[in-house]
Design a binder for this molecule. Structure first.
Ligand code: NAD
Length: 359
């Protein structure tokens, strides 16, 4: 008997976890797909587009009967009460910040793979939703800033005079930061970048941006490519360097984060008072506190003529491609954990053991 995989409708997000196009290209030929009615509507994928690829079902049927349930945000606790025992849930559980999730899963005895815990290895790259979504967020952050900025990004030489290119400062050169650099450069801005990992320097320079070095950054090769917590003394020096550059910038894109910790505050309130009127900060680290001291999560505020946009989920504003990428990542994981049409969860496998939530 083939696996039945149910795609849930998100309650607070325009994205859907699997698109019709994902299913058309799927290598998972033996599976039976069910989709909650209307799940793809807001991303532009109507139920009719799933015809012949997935059967439209109500939520209760999917919860009660599917063998695998996929979503972007985890099912609610009341959903969990209805899911059939032994089902596998695949979603972004974020157990490192969502403390109640382990208890909920343990209570109902479900197995769960958390897409945000997929290890960042070459093999797992095709399943890495954090990278897919961060890349969109970095791109959107620059476009959001460009729309808000009262001036051009590119240099313009016109009969009405010349206009200098915008100066963009990017803090953090991980996946979102690198995409923000590439997008800013394509729009013609001059870009300066801060990061604490030595490996970031070459990547930044290869995109045509200037890497600003602050001496004494702690860089741990054993941290799996992630940044580590910096000393307060280093951060103070870095804040001073950021301030000197922020005063001359038109746009700042903040992406600096330390996994599992509060984001480092690198733009102090005093720095905002020195920035140019009309300049824009987009803080993608807002959900973990923000890189700017004044950032408010999910809010746009103006201080001293500077607009500060606190938004860590800009990928949700591009639901079509975000769904497409998320769906490809999930399908690649599903192919990896199935064999001859059946579930084959190998606990020795680093992708499975890395993403499995041990209830
Ligand atoms: P992230 O979202 O965790 O953090 C963003 C960036 O903030 C990082 O580059 C980090 O170094 C930087 N940062 C932290 N503290 C800072 C500070 N005080 N000042 C300036 N910058 C600061 O990053 P990410 O996008 O998840 O990427 C993290 C690493 O993982 C990168 O090396 C990336 O290349 C790597 N990665 C590998 C894979 C893979 O191999 N499959 C996939 C994705 C990412």
């Amino acid at each position: 008997m083939s696996l039945t995989i149910g795609i849930l409708k998100e309650s607070n997000d325009k994205r859907v976890s699997i698109t019709p196009d994902n299913l058309k290209r799927s290598k998972l030929k033996e599976a039976t797909w069910w989709i909650e009615s209307g799940a793809g509507n807001e991303a532009g994928f109507t139920d009719a587009l799933y015809d012949g690829l997935a059967s439209s079902k109500d939520r209760a049927t999917i919860l009660k009967e599917a063998d695998i349930i996929v979503s972007i945000f985890p099912p609610s606790e009341s959903d969990m009460g209805q899911i059939k025992s032994g089902a596998l849930l695949i979603s972004q559980f974020r157990p490192y910040i969502n403390e109640s999730v382990n208890g909920q899963l343990a209570k109902y005895g479900f197995r769960a793979l958390s897409m945000d815990m997929i290890p960042r290895t070459t093999l797992a790259q095709a399943m890495d939703v954090l990278s897919s979504m961060a890349s969109i967020a970095g791109y959107k952050a620059v476009l959001t800033a460009a729309l808000k900025l009262p001036r051009y990004f590119p240099m313009m030489i016109t009969s009405a005079g010349s206009i200098r290119p915008a100066k963009v400062l990017i803090i953090g050169a991980g996946v979102a930061g690198l995409q923000a650099i590439a997008t800013s450069r394509k729009l013609g801005a001059v870009v300066e970048v801060f990061d604490v990992r030595a490996a970031a320097k070459e990547e930044v320079q290869s995109l045509g941006a200037k890497f600003v070095e602050v001496e004494g950054a702690k860089d741990d090769k054993g941290a799996g490519g992630y940044a580590v917590q910096q000393s307060e003394e280093f951060l103070q020096r870095q804040r001073a360097e950021v301030q000197a550059r922020a005063a001359k910038s038109d746009v700042i894109i903040c992406t600096a984060q330390i996994r599992g910790r509060k984001a480092p505050v690198l733009i102090e309130a005093d720095t905002i008072s020195k920035m140019k009127h009309g300049s824009v900060i987009v803080d993608l680290a807002a959900s973990t506190g923000g890189n700017c001291a004044l950032t408010e999560n999910d809010k746009i505020i103006t201080q001293n003529g500077v607009t500060i946009i606190g938004n860590s989920s800009l990928e949700c504003d591009m639901p079509e491609d975000a769904s497409q990428m998320y769906g490809n990542n999930i399908l690649n994981l599903l192919v990896h954990i199935t064999k001859d049409g059946a579930l084959d969860l190998n606990m020795e496998d680093e992708i499975v053991s890395g993403s499995l939530i041990k209830a």
